[in-house]
Design a protein around this ligand. Structure first.
Ligand code: SF4
Ligand code: SF4
Length: 356
């Protein structure tokens, strides 16, 4: 070991050093919280001290100029402490309640939107897409931007029966979201293989190992080592594309979007639930994705009109049943909602069709 460089473990830095001093002081001793207005939280500690949090949406992938602008607002109108939420919101913490309104004004003047708390549509959480990843089938940030432009009123106000978490994901297999509404990529055709490139680029055994349904086999094509896909088995997941780019699965026509609803991690009122497919084969249509946005808005409107107060989307569907959900939202129930994959016996309980 002598002479070897010690690895630098650089994970998440300790968050305490960045916390507002009042939060550090009362850590673990909070008594209750209130929601004075949309986008603002007030936490009161057992000591009687209170701290306000003002939340504004950002585009997640921030350029340095926007970041500086946000920090300048924090220095001038808040108390110099910020944090980012998992849904790409920036939060400013202030101990002085009189700073809240001027801070909101300053944020709105610069075009930032304050909201996303309580029974609103929270900022859509999304994955990184083209920016750093090797498997995306769509640009998740673009979908988020287009949808939030249309849902801005729902972010800024408390109009929903309960909070709504929307997620997007840019591939079918990894960090894709589990949300009240999830917009996920859906590949509909097996990958097309560029046999001339496979031998030079791909490590064939690792590509074969990657397939979850064992649909890939080594093959000799035109005398060169390559791969072949058993298309009857392939579930079009896209997992073979990252280790072997000549197995191209992204396609402007056949890579679609799908919408899933009713996912909930929380077990506050009812058990956690899996999301279920409600709309498939939606065109992946940049730059504004109008078809997918229209369906999300339709689901939200129906939920808003029909759910009881404080019912989460999954609780509401559970109460009215899936047939009624399709009737109310006027989404077509098609053969694509039926899981006819031969491994389905393992997933029957997680799909919509068993409920009929
Ligand atoms: S969802 Fe998939 S493509 Fe998007 S960042 Fe995560 S792993 Fe990459
Ligand atoms: S797309 Fe998925 S199922 Fe199809 S061959 Fe590739 S890894 Fe296998």
């Amino acid at each position: 070991m002598e002479g070897q460089r010690t690895p630098i473990e650089s994970g998440c830095p300790d968050g305490f050093q960045y916390m507002h001093p009042l939060m550090r002081k009362n850590y673990g001793n909070w008594a209750y919280h209130e929601d004075p207005r949309p986008g603002v939280l007030k936490h009161t500690a057992r000591s009687g001290e209170a701290i306000y949090t003002v939340r504004a949406g950002t585009q997640r992938i921030l350029d340095v100029f926007t970041l500086r602008k946000l920090c300048d607002i924090g220095d001038k109108f808040a108390e110099g402490f910020v944090r980012f939420t998992i849904r790409s919101n920036i939060e400013y913490m202030v101990a002085d309640g009189s700073k809240v309104e001027p801070l909101i004004e300053a944020l709105e003047k610069e075009g930032f939107v304050v909201g996303g708390t309580k029974n609103s549509v929270a900022m859509i959480s999304h994955t990184q897409g083209w920016l750093h990843c090797d498997i995306p089938g769509t640009d998740a940030s673009g979908v988020v931007k287009s949808m939030m432009d249309e849902l801005i009123g729902e972010f800024k106000n408390w109009n929903m029966p309960n909070r709504v978490h929307i997620t997007t994901s840019c591939c079918q297999i990894n960090c894709g979201g589990q949300g009240d509404i999830a917009i996920n990529v859906q590949h509909t055709k097996p990958p097309k293989i560029n046999h001339d490139l496979v031998a030079n680029i791909c490590e064939r055994p690792s590509v074969v190992a990657r397939c979850p349904v064992a649909a890939i086999r080594p093959a000799l094509v035109n005398g060169k080592p390559s791969l072949e896909v058993d298309e009857k088995k392939c579930i079009c997941c896209g997992a073979c594309y990252p280790p072997c780019t000549p197995m191209q699965i992204n396609d402007p026509e056949h890579t679609k979007l799908a919408i899933w609803v009713g996912g909930n991690h929380s077990n506050a009122r009812s058990k956690p639930s899996f999301q279920k497919l409600v709309a498939a084969g939606i065109p992946n249509n940049p730059p504004r994705w109008p078809e997918a946005t229209a369906i999300v808005k339709q689901i939200l409107q129906t939920y808003k009109d029909n759910a009881r107060d404080w019912e989460r989307l999954n609780d509401w569907i559970e109460r009215i049943g899936w047939p009624r959900f399709f009737e109310l939202t006027e989404l077509p129930f098609t053969k694509y909602h039926v899981d006819n994959w031969r491994g389905a016996r393992h997933s029957l309980n997680a799909s919509t069709h068993i409920r009929f």
